[in-house]
Design a protein around this ligand. Structure first.
Ligand SMILES: Cc1ncc(C[n+]2csc(CCOP(=O)(O)OP(=O)(O)O)c2C)c(N)n1
Length: 706
């Protein structure tokens, strides 16, 4: 009964936090009024789980958070945590005033965004990764027998992200792989003003193959606890996913600004209050003789007084007030530590284990390699050196990738570390996010850039924001390899030649690598993997498909696009730091700024221009975010004339950023740009009509010099 009383306190406090949220808002001191009222039965779910079971919570799981805070030893003051979040105080323990989220590393609550259902792919990834990490002997913050709990609303069930994630959980479980995941649907019957058809959640979630279904009346704490206990036990023992469907009510509308009477009758709202979970628990306590009715009221008032007193005290707490303070945790970077770590690791690599990976011939002895081969050998070297690194995606394992980039990795490292995923980019990235949080180093592949876009939120909204919303207390190290860009000699049309990077370029903190040459690809991939491991960096590694198997630069057979693989003794020396460009040539007439396929075209153009006496230098940016500001400025100043050769689209393409950067830097010389058209890429030879060409670069260069 003391447990029940403790949970009742969590429920009461959660309810009064909602009151406090509106009170603070009315005083201009609070900024968030989405509450948990009516959902307080979720305290019983927390009680059925262990403190160390990682939780990804719905924004109405306030009582869960408070109940879990009480489980900690010493107990945390969850009330203060939430209030500090409501007033966006810097002292708030997880987001530090950046948002109101439920989260705390000591409580194993991982903060979530407000994008409904977007946390489900990560939750599945985490459930998968905890077991996978144990199998690989990689330490994680959580015991091997943990249950990952993930809560969400009833309208969220219909979101394609949830549908895909639930399918992914079943797909993994179907194969007999562990997915210890408890999916808790807190069903209040509404998504803002839209009613979920009665019975729909049960119809959608129950009876599914490979995901067990439990349900409970969210107003009955004892029932919630019993069912949650049964569900958690089932998940923990079977290592299979389960739903826990809680029927709840929603008291006070969607948020403080929501006028519920616009879409609900007063009669309906007042009848529903019979199902208030606070009344349910009070009834339990009174019937069991633990409290008299008057005690219940006293307790209610005492908790209210306490919450409002704390609210009053923290109302004026200091808030973030400078851009640098706000932005500090977006993507903390320590380039010198990355370089040192890379060097130290390289010194530890010895040839014997590498021979086990590569056979008799080490890659540095293979002679000049293509871009695809260089990436392949680097992945192999890094997989050998990093036990927590996993490589996965569509077709990466058995086939070795559509372009052969991951060929042989499955054979060398086995299916626990190199595996084919289901065909769902959102689930691939979600798995990566869960794996990263669990302590693995995920290297997912997105087969084509065009197919990143239907899952971009997993990078944009989830991966890139985790450090921001947790003050870097949670990180999801990630190196997502994306085969992309155009010029596949008329093959494939738009979907295999997408040249749009704008959707990645504006994501705060995201590192975008775009190597063009084999030697750069190897060094930059090592940099990304090290930055991910050391700083938790989120990296998009863009691989220009058309250059994967390119061998020549100026003449057929010249081998000018091949490069030898560097042995580990040279890795520190050839380290390419994030944001460092590379210059080719030292001409003083013109600087051509470019990257990717543009580098090869520009080098060819520079050679041709050189024949007519024009001295060019070509700057390969290599990193598209952060842009190599200093190198750009310096090489522009060296000639006073800049031509940007950009294979991405004229609007929203990389060249916009380069020109703006130069203008911002006070560059007063001449600038021009050539880019691809604002078009999708057509099939066949027509592609050339809309893409940047070597001829266009040469012509623009001559114009600029005229
Ligand atoms: C992807 C996305 N679309 C729209 C919204 C705006 N929105 C916020 S809450 C909400 C309703 C969610 O309903 P439900 O999942 O039932 O949770 P509840 O709020 O009822 O607990 C909507 C549409 C959002 N946050 N995310």
């Amino acid at each position: 009964m003391s447990r029940c009383l403790q949970l009742f306190d969590a429920q009461l406090a959660s309810r009064h936090l909602d009151t406090a949220a509106r009170w603070l808002r009315a005083r201009g001191a609070g900024f968030y009024t989405i509450g948990s009222s009516g959902h307080e039965g979720n305290a019983g779910v927390a009680a059925a789980l262990r403190l160390t079971d990682p939780a990804l919570l719905h924004y109405r799981s306030g009582a869960f958070y408070l109940a879990r805070a009480a489980q900690a030893r010493p107990a945390r003051d969850g009330i203060s945590d939430v209030l500090l979040g409501l007033v966006a105080a810097t002292a708030e323990p997880i987001a530090g005033g950046r948002h109101k989220v439920f989260g705390h590393p000591e409580l194993h609550v991982i903060p979530q965004t407000s994008t409904i259902a977007s946390h489900l792919p990560r939750a599945i990834g985490l459930a998968f990764a905890i077991s996978r990490a144990a199998k690989l002997d990689v330490p994680t913050p959580w015991p091997e027998d943990s249950v990952v709990v993930c809560s969400f609303g009833d309208a969220s069930v219909n979101h394609s992200t949830a549908v895909g994630a639930i399918n992914a959980a079943a797909y993994v479980a179907y194969q007999g792989l562990p997915v210890p995941l408890l999916l808790v649907c807190e069903d209040n019957g509404f998504g803002i003003s839209v009613r979920t058809p009665p019975g729909w959640v049960e119809a959608a979630l129950s009876g599914r193959a490979h995901i067990n279904y439990f349900s409970a009346d969210g107003a009955d704490l004892a029932e919630v606890h019993d069912k949650a206990l049964a569900a958690a036990r089932w998940v923990r023992e079977k290592r299979q996913p389960a739903f826990l469907h809680l029927s709840t009510i929603r008291i006070g509308g969607h948020a403080g600004t929501d006028v519920e009477s616009a879409y609900r009758s007063a009669a309906e709202m007042s009848t529903e209050l019979d199902r208030d979970p606070l009344l349910g628990t009070a009834r339990l306590l009174v019937e069991a003789g633990a409290l008299a009715p008057a005690d219940v009221l006293d307790r209610y008032e005492a908790v209210k007084a306490h919450v409002l007193t704390v609210a009053d005290r923290i109302a004026g707490s200091p808030r973030l007030n400078t851009a640098s303070a706000v932005m500090a945790p977006i993507a903390p970077r320590r380039p010198s530590i990355v370089a040192a770590d890379l060097g130290a690791r390289a010194r530890q690599v010895t040839d014997w284990p590498r021979h086990q990976t590569f056979g008799a011939q080490l890659p540095e002895d293979e002679g000049p390699l293509t871009l695809a081969q260089a990436i392949n050998r680097t992945l192999a070297d890094e997989l050998a050196a990093r036990p927590g690194m996993i490589v996965f995606g569509e077709d990466v394992a058995r086939k070795g990738g559509v372009y052969g980039v991951t060929r042989g990795l499955l054979r060398s490292f086995g299916p626990a570390r190199v595996f084919d995923s289901l065909l769902d980019e959102q689930s691939i990235l979600g798995l990566a996010l869960g794996a990263g949080v669990a302590g693995l180093l995920p290297v997912p592949e997105i087969q084509y850039l065009a197919y990143l876009h239907n899952a971009a939120d997993q990078i944009r909204g989830e991966a890139a924001t985790l450090s921001f919303f947790s003050r870097a207390q949670y990180r999801n190290p990630l190196v997502v390899r994306i085969a992309g860009l155009a010029y596949q000699r008329g093959f494939g049309g738009h979907f295999h030649n997408d040249n749009g990077l704008a959707a990645l370029r504006d994501i705060p903190g995201l590192i975008i690598a775009c190597p063009a040459r084999p030697d750069d690809a190897a060094a930059m991939l090592r940099t990304c993997l090290t930055a991910a491991a050391v700083d938790g960096s989120v990296c998009a590694f863009i691989e220009p498909i058309a250059l994967y198997h390119e061998r020549d630069l100026l003449e057929p057979g010249d081998g000018g696009w091949l490069a030898r693989y560097e042995p580990p003794t040279r890795w520190a020396h050839s380290h390419v730091p994030v944001g460092r460009a590379k210059t080719y040539g030292d001409g003083t007439d013109l600087t051509i700024v470019t990257f990717g396929n543009g580098l090869r075209m520009s080098l060819r153009a520079a050679s041709s221009l050189g024949e007519s006496g024009v001295g060019c230098r070509v700057l390969d940016l290599r990193w598209l975010a952060p842009l190599p500001f200093e190198d750009l400025r310096r090489s522009a100043a060296a000639t006073g004339r800049v031509l940007v050769a950009d294979e991405t689209r004229r609007t929203g393409g990389v060249s916009e950023g380069i020109v703006t950067t130069l203008v911002d830097a006070g560059f007063t010389g001449r600038i021009a740009r050539v880019a691809s058209e604002d078009s999708f890429i057509p099939l066949g030879d027509a592609a050339a009509a809309v893409l940047l060409s070597q001829d266009a670069i040469e012509e623009a260069a001559r114009d600029l010099l005229r």
